[in-house]
Design a protein around this ligand. Structure first.
Ligand SMILES: [Ca+2]
Ligand SMILES: [Ca+2]
Ligand SMILES: [Ca+2]
Length: 208
């Protein structure tokens, strides 16, 4: 196993085929290219500084296994993950983003195969669950956001509100921190059809 725990991580980092621990403890991950490979890996960027970012300008492939990728920024006006592209790959992966200004900013998070959870607070970016039963957890309540269904084949939804502008695809479940035990299935957002293919009020199917 690879065990790296430093105040700041940057550059090219490789895990191995077992369970790795790769942690930036106080100054975040900056310009990291990480391939964690197989195993259940713990990948964490913590930043305690003002204007800090937990995981910044980085590309992370968590690889197979059930991985946990966390961007946690605790200083004033901080962001959990910014300009980061993170791939969970196979396994049931957990993405966690926390910041005092936003959870994510310009982040692209892709779950890959397996049942993935994106616990990202709020912010901007794109999230794709891919296969499996994938869940998005947002801060606050459902009423804080507007969900616009775009495409019901890939379950594409645009989410706006509460400092959030996110395009999602392939997510099956939505949970809000104010009611953590309530799962909103994606089908609820498509009950009225999509914005691009308005349905006939008489139930005759899409008007093309
Ligand atoms: Ca590994
Ligand atoms: Ca994985
Ligand atoms: Ca998935």
């Amino acid at each position: 196993m690879v065990d790296i725990q430093k105040p700041v991580l940057s550059g090219v980092i490789a895990g191995d085929e077992s369970n790795d621990t790769i942690v930036a403890t106080t100054g975040g991950m900056v310009d990291v290219t990480l391939d964690a490979q197989a195993g259940n890996d713990i990948i964490t960027g913590t930043n305690v500084n003002p204007n800090g970012v937990g995981i910044l300008s980085s590309a992370i492939d968590a690889g197979a296994g059930n991985d946990t990728i966390t961007g946690n920024a605790t200083g004033p006006t901080s962001i959990g993950m910014a300009d980061a592209k993170i791939y969970g790959a196979e396994g049931d992966d957990l993405f966690v983003a926390r910041g005092t200004s936003a959870g994510i900013q310009g982040a692209i998070l892709v779950g890959g195969a397996g049942n993935d959870t994106f616990d990202i607070q709020n912010g901007t970016g794109a999230i794709a669950g891919e296969t499996g039963t994938d869940r998005l957890i947002l801060a606050g309540s459902r009423a804080d956001y507007t969900f616009t269904p775009i495409d019901d084949v890939e379950n594409v939804i645009n989410i706006q509100g509460a400092g959030t502008s996110i395009m999602t695809a392939g997510l099956e479940e939505f949970v809000f921190s104010s009611a953590p035990d309530t799962i909103v299935p994606v089908s609820e957002f498509f009950a009225g059809g999509t914005t691009q293919l308005p349905t006939d009020p008489g139930g005759g199917g899409p008007i093309i």
